[in-house]
Design a protein around this ligand. Structure first.
Ligand code: SAH
Ligand code: F3S
Length: 483
């Protein structure tokens, strides 16, 4: 498992593995479910929904120990080759568990499942179920089918593979999300229709489909009633949101933000991820008008070179990105900006790379993610000639990461003496007089306070910088509860 020292709450590198954590204590006699999640926030979200589904339908409880599980599920990522390779090595380990316990059920979901389909079972015949990101709601039925044919001879068994894209029906079959704490993710759309030349997402998750407006609003209102104060709207390309309204019209992303901001209890709004092309003036006006929107934006740009952007089919130039950020910083001067960068794209020269490095310095990014380009089968970029040696790409990546890291350190240091709006999330484990919350820019803020304030927002003056992701402060003002 990759351990990160800095994990912003609304963004995440698409290469970490996580194990979905139980929130309740478990009884030893209960049936247990282990879920390993690779990849992005959308997969994290989906894994929680799988746990809710199998918990509600069959009473499975989550475990963090694969050795004691009755079902093992792997929610896979295929964004880069390395992530995809991990699937089969991990499945090899699970095979040994199945040899010890033949009743163990193994399921593979997510983007590798979507891409490989029944090839998964050809390579790993001990896998019982294969499902895609859009068919995970059918897991209970798949499990029933699996149980019904356990006793059958091998040649009579049907293969349980369902990686179709049945529009947006998934959400109609998912149970209400469980609430843990004051923050929640809400998926508003699935898939992506941008077809950047390097990216597998449109092929593995399908084209963009938005959830109907009323479903999204009802889910958020329900979460707010259960105490949630911060919502992160999720999707591969959220500003492509076109949700159908009750009257049959279409609600755009900026319109959705305005409606969410009106829901009593929602004191803070984040979203991830959006595309620069659809980062519209209407969206910028939301930052001007809605205090709930955080001064933190993750807006992937991928490269600081126009030639590379064109080859990536990003459909905008560097100037377009710079102009939009300038407009945004006009209405929100304290905006923290982070991004994704792909280094060593086919044809990236030293000059192109120098442009990217300069661009990162000029735009003054906060913590951003950077990856060496990975050739993905079936994508247009995989056909492009690529003669840059791997070592050169790795050296470029190291340079970019150094600049990004320094920039994040500078951003944390600059918080000294500033006033930050903080969502108070818990009492410190170490000292009951200390409270811990998160600032807009995702840094943890610790200060002296009362446990009764947990779940509220406060203005905190930052008095000491402890680490890249942890600062100390003093309470200036406690906001009334927003509910
Ligand atoms: N809109 C999505 C993009 C998902 S992919 C989002 O940002 O959530 C996440 C990031 O993975 C991309 O922004 C890109 O920087 C990186 N990525 C995608 N395909 C890649 C590839 N073939 N090689 C290297 N990095 C890639
Ligand atoms: Fe991938 Fe580009 Fe969409 S990076 S997710 S095709 S915006």
């Amino acid at each position: 498992m990759t351990v990160q020292t800095f994990t912003p709450s609304a963004t995440k590198a698409a290469s970490e593995n996580t194990v979905t954590q139980p929130t309740h204590t478990t009884d030893v006699s209960m049936k247990k479910l282990y879920i390993e999640t690779q990849g992005c926030q959308m997969n994290e979200y989906d894994s929680h929904r799988m746990a809710d589904l199998l918990g509600d339908s069959y009473g499975y409880v989550l475990t963090t120990n694969p050795n004691e599980a009755d079902i093992l599920l792997m929610n896979t990522c295929s964004i880069r080759e390395k992530a995809q390779e991990k699937v089969f090595s991990e499945l090899g380990r699970w095979r040994k568990l199945k040899e010890q316990n033949p009743d163990l059920v193994i399921g593979v979901g997510g983007c590798v499942a979507s891409q490989e389909g029944d090839n998964i079972q050809k390579r790993a015949p001990y896998v019982d179920m294969v499902f895609g990101p859009q068919t995970l709601h059918r897991l209970p039925q798949m499990l029933d089918q699996h149980q019904a044919q356990v006793e059958k001879p091998k040649k009579e068994k049907i293969k349980l593979v369902d990686i179709s894209f049945p529009d947006i029906e998934k959400f109609d079959f998912l149970p209400e999300p469980r609430v843990e704490g004051f923050k929640a993710f809400v998926s508003i759309m699935e898939g992506c229709s941008k077809y950047c030349s390097f990216c597998v997402v449109p092929y593995t998750r399908g084209e963009e489909v938005s959830r109907p407006l009323d479903d999204v609003l009802a889910e958020i209102a329900g979460l707010a009633e259960k105490g949630v104060r911060e919502i992160s709207l999720l999707g591969q390309n959220v500003n492509g949101y076109r949700g159908e309204t009750f009257e049959g019209g279409i609600c755009t992303f900026p319109e959705l933000l305005r409606l969410v901001a009106e829901i009593p209890g929602i004191g803070r709004l984040r979203y991830t991820t959006s595309h620069p092309l659809e980062f519209s003036d209407e969206l910028i006006q939301c930052y001007r008008d809605l205090p709930q929107m955080v001064s933190h934006l993750h807006l992937p740009v991928q490269s600081g070179s126009n030639d590379v952007l064109q080859a990536m089919k990003r459909n905008h130039t560097i100037d377009v990105y710079i102009d939009k950020i300038a407009k945004l910083r006009k209405v929100r001067p304290d905006m923290h900006l982070s991004s994704d960068f792909i280094i060593g794209f086919p044809g990236e020269t030293d000059e192109h790379f120098a442009e990217t490095l300069q661009f990162i310095k000029d735009l003054d990014f906060d913590h951003s993610y950077s990856f060496v380009y990975s050739k993905r089968p079936g994508t247009p970029a995989s056909e492009l000639p690529d003669d840059t040696p791997e070592q050169v790409k790795k050296d470029r990546l190291a340079q970019v990461q150094q600049v990004i890291k320094q920039s994040s350190i500078d951003k944390t240091d600059a918080m000294l003496g500033k006033i930050e709006r903080v969502l108070i999330e818990k009492v410190s484990d170490k000292d009951p007089n200390l409270l811990i919350g998160t600032a807009d820019n995702t840094r943890l803020v610790t200060f002296i306070g009362d446990a009764a304030w947990v779940g509220r927002f406060a203005e905190i003056e930052i008095t000491e910088i402890k680490t890249l992701n942890l600062v100390y402060g003093e309470l200036l003002n406690l906001e009334p509860d927003v509910a």
